[in-house]
Design a binder for this molecule. Structure first.
Ligand SMILES: [Zn+2]
Length: 93
Protein backbone atom coordinates (compact mmCIF):
# COMPACT_ATOMS: atom_id res chain seq x y z
CA UNK A 1 0.00 0.00 0.00
CA UNK A 2 1.28 3.43 -0.91
CA UNK A 3 2.01 5.79 1.91
CA UNK A 4 0.62 9.26 1.49
CA UNK A 5 1.96 12.55 2.74
CA UNK A 6 -0.72 14.03 4.93
CA UNK A 7 0.36 17.57 5.54
CA UNK A 8 -2.03 20.43 5.03
CA UNK A 9 -0.95 22.47 1.99
CA UNK A 10 -2.48 25.60 3.51
CA UNK A 11 -1.31 25.68 7.12
CA UNK A 12 1.37 22.98 7.06
CA UNK A 13 -0.13 21.02 9.94
CA UNK A 14 0.65 17.34 10.09
CA UNK A 15 -1.63 16.66 13.06
CA UNK A 16 -5.38 16.33 12.70
CA UNK A 17 -5.31 15.30 9.04
CA UNK A 18 -8.41 13.22 8.40
CA UNK A 19 -9.20 10.81 5.60
CA UNK A 20 -12.30 11.92 3.78
CA UNK A 21 -12.84 9.01 1.45
CA UNK A 22 -11.86 9.10 -2.17
CA UNK A 23 -12.30 11.47 -5.04
CA UNK A 24 -14.14 10.43 -8.16
CA UNK A 25 -10.79 9.64 -9.72
CA UNK A 26 -10.05 7.15 -6.93
CA UNK A 27 -7.38 9.20 -5.15
CA UNK A 28 -7.47 9.67 -1.41
CA UNK A 29 -8.97 12.90 -0.17
CA UNK A 30 -7.97 14.47 3.13
CA UNK A 31 -9.22 17.27 5.29
CA UNK A 32 -7.25 19.41 7.70
CA UNK A 33 -8.96 19.68 11.09
CA UNK A 34 -6.93 22.81 11.87
CA UNK A 35 -8.00 25.09 9.02
CA UNK A 36 -10.63 22.99 7.24
CA UNK A 37 -8.78 22.74 3.95
CA UNK A 38 -9.58 19.75 1.76
CA UNK A 39 -6.79 18.41 -0.38
CA UNK A 40 -5.34 15.38 -2.08
CA UNK A 41 -2.29 14.02 -0.27
CA UNK A 42 0.69 13.20 -2.45
CA UNK A 43 2.23 9.76 -2.56
CA UNK A 44 5.30 9.39 -0.39
CA UNK A 45 8.27 9.99 -2.65
CA UNK A 46 10.26 6.80 -2.37
CA UNK A 47 11.99 7.75 -5.58
CA UNK A 48 14.00 10.59 -4.08
CA UNK A 49 17.56 9.75 -3.29
CA UNK A 50 18.98 10.14 0.18
CA UNK A 51 21.26 12.91 -1.09
CA UNK A 52 18.28 14.96 -2.20
CA UNK A 53 16.62 14.45 1.13
CA UNK A 54 19.82 15.33 2.94
CA UNK A 55 20.29 18.54 0.98
CA UNK A 56 16.68 19.52 1.70
CA UNK A 57 17.33 19.10 5.42
CA UNK A 58 20.60 21.00 5.20
CA UNK A 59 18.90 23.89 3.43
CA UNK A 60 16.23 23.92 6.10
CA UNK A 61 18.86 23.99 8.85
CA UNK A 62 20.51 26.88 7.01
CA UNK A 63 17.27 28.83 7.28
CA UNK A 64 15.54 28.19 3.95
CA UNK A 65 11.77 27.85 3.96
CA UNK A 66 10.05 24.65 2.89
CA UNK A 67 8.60 26.51 -0.07
CA UNK A 68 12.03 27.63 -1.23
CA UNK A 69 13.54 24.19 -0.78
CA UNK A 70 10.68 22.67 -2.75
CA UNK A 71 11.35 25.11 -5.58
CA UNK A 72 15.08 24.43 -5.59
CA UNK A 73 14.69 20.67 -5.51
CA UNK A 74 11.62 20.66 -7.74
CA UNK A 75 9.30 18.89 -5.33
CA UNK A 76 6.25 19.76 -3.29
CA UNK A 77 6.85 21.67 -0.10
CA UNK A 78 4.61 19.14 1.68
CA UNK A 79 7.24 16.55 0.87
CA UNK A 80 9.99 18.78 2.24
CA UNK A 81 8.05 19.41 5.45
CA UNK A 82 7.43 15.71 5.80
CA UNK A 83 11.14 14.97 5.65
CA UNK A 84 11.96 17.71 8.11
CA UNK A 85 9.31 16.54 10.52
CA UNK A 86 10.49 12.96 10.28
CA UNK A 87 14.11 13.95 10.74
CA UNK A 88 13.50 16.15 13.76
CA UNK A 89 11.40 13.39 15.31
CA UNK A 90 14.15 10.85 14.76
CA UNK A 91 16.80 13.09 16.27
CA UNK A 92 14.77 13.54 19.45
CA UNK A 93 15.11 9.89 20.29
ZN1 LIG B 1 -4.65 23.24 7.50
Amino acid sequence: MDELIKICPRCGAAEGQQNRGRNRSGTQACKCAICGRRYTPEPMAHAYADEVRQSAIEMFCAGASGRKIGRVLNMSKANVYNWIKKTSRDSEK
